[in-house]
Design a protein around this ligand. Structure first.
Ligand code: ADP
Length: 374
């Protein structure tokens, strides 16, 4: 938009008409004070400013405007009937003007100048836009690089821990075999197997992440009964966590059309977290129900809970609650993978939690989830 500032109404009207005829949006002010008020409120590409005005003159207006950050990119053209002397023209430029035109105005030339300033403004606006986008990109890449380094160091650590245990158990095994102590051999074998299972899960999660990133996470949807799946999961989880009581309320017997193994993965992830993040407790509850053709599965624990701010981020890739993460092993990818699996089934994931009291992680999926969702 262009702002014309002139105390003579005829000048304002005729200039406005010409510019509007050439598709420019035009605003007017009849004094320096009014112009300043308008500049504070609106954004102008160009201000055509009469020099001789009662009250604030054009130069004063230009100097005041140059102090406004909002008007930093605004071009100013001075119009003057009397002050054609070099010293006035010089003052015009030094007070922030880009051009100085003397009256009577040649409309053709003024129009050419207005068009040129507009073009320059557009170009510099685009340049600033590009510059800002580049700065954002640099910042984003820096952070991504930092996250990647951090991730590699966490992954190496997480992989090394079970690997070191397996190495230790294998050495112990060798000794027990030499001694012919079958009981101890069995015990060490079992422990080594558990650590190998951990390693396997970690690597499976890492592979899932790379499948998600490359759009290669595929689903094999079939009909299955959620109640049966939950009964199996509870049995398996109870075997590896005998100190925990995992109970189930509600029931869904209608067949669900979904990828059973992937849904199992999500529920196991919720349960593993429910147990991991609930030291000193021994109870986890699963709630399952069918509502409006949506299957709801919630996993409730009575553990450390999550604050309202962090709840928003727990499903993000690599996110771990900063205050508690040093006390628990993890990579911060399980919930991200779970959310992606559920999203791709056309469902929703969420969490209700109170710090210090526990959490309920839940998902809903349609009973008859459609074909693939990307
Ligand atoms: P990980 O457990 O490997 O860190 P997840 O993606 O499974 O990764 O979880 C992300 C973060 O969410 C965890 O680091 C933890 O801070 C928080 N979280 C997940 N489940 C629970 C829970 N049941 N109770 C409290 N915090 C949880």
């Amino acid at each position: 938009m262009i702002l014309i500032v002139d105390d003579t109404p005829e000048n304002l009207i005729s200039l406005k008409k010409v510019l509007e005829k050439h598709d420019f949006e035009v605003d007017t002010a009849s004094s320096g004070e009014e112009a300043l008020k308008k500049v504070l409120k609106n954004e102008y590409v160009l201000i055509i400013l009469d020099v001789q005005m009662p009250g604030m003159d054009g130069f004063e207006v230009a100097e005041a405007i140059s102090g406004y950050s909002k008007a930093k990119e605004t071009a100013i053209i001075f119009l003057s009937a009397v002050n054609t002397e070099v010293k006035f023209i010089t003052k015009g430029y030094s007070s922030g003007g880009l051009d100085y035109i003397t009256k009577p105005v040649d409309m053709g030339i003024l129009l050419l100048k207005v068009k040129t300033f507009y073009r320059i403004y557009e170009q510099s606006r685009k340049l600033i836009e590009i510059q800002n986008a580049l700065l954002d990109e640099i910042e984003y890449r820096k952070q991504a690089e930092h996250k990647k380094d951090e991730f590699i160091s966490i992954v190496s650590h997480e992989l090394k821990t079970p690997l070191t245990s397996v190495k230790g158990y294998v050495q112990l095994l060798a000794r027990s075999i030499d001694k012919g102590d079958v009981g101890t051999v069995k015990k060490h074998l079992h422990k080594a197997q558990m650590q190998l299972e951990k390693l396997n899960e970690l690597i499976a999660d890492l592979l899932d992440i790379s499948k998600i990133e490359s759009g290669k996470l595929k689903f094999n949807k079939q009909h299955f009964v959620m109640d049966d799946l939950l009964t199996n999961i509870i049995e398996v989880m109870h075997q590896s966590n005998p100190d925990f009581t995992i109970s189930k309320t509600g029931s869904v017997k209608e067949p669900v059309f979904a990828d059973e193994m992937r849904i199992e993965q999500v529920i196991i992830n919720f349960l593993t977290n429910a147990i991991k993040y609930s030291p000193g407790t021994s109870e986890v509850k699963i709630n399952v129900k069918l509502e409006h053709d949506q299957v709801y599965v919630g996993v409730r624990d009575y553990g450390i809970g999550i604050g309202p701010e962090q709840q928003k981020s727990v499903f993000e890739k690599f996110y771990r609650v900063e205050e508690t993460s040093p006390h628990f092993q993890g990579l911060g990818i399980g919930l991200y993978i779970s959310a992606e699996i559920i999203r791709r089934h056309g469902g929703d994931v969420g969490v209700n939690s109170t710090l210090g009291e526990g959490s309920e992680f839940y998902f809903t999926i349609p009973l008859h989830s459609a074909a693939e969702i990307d």
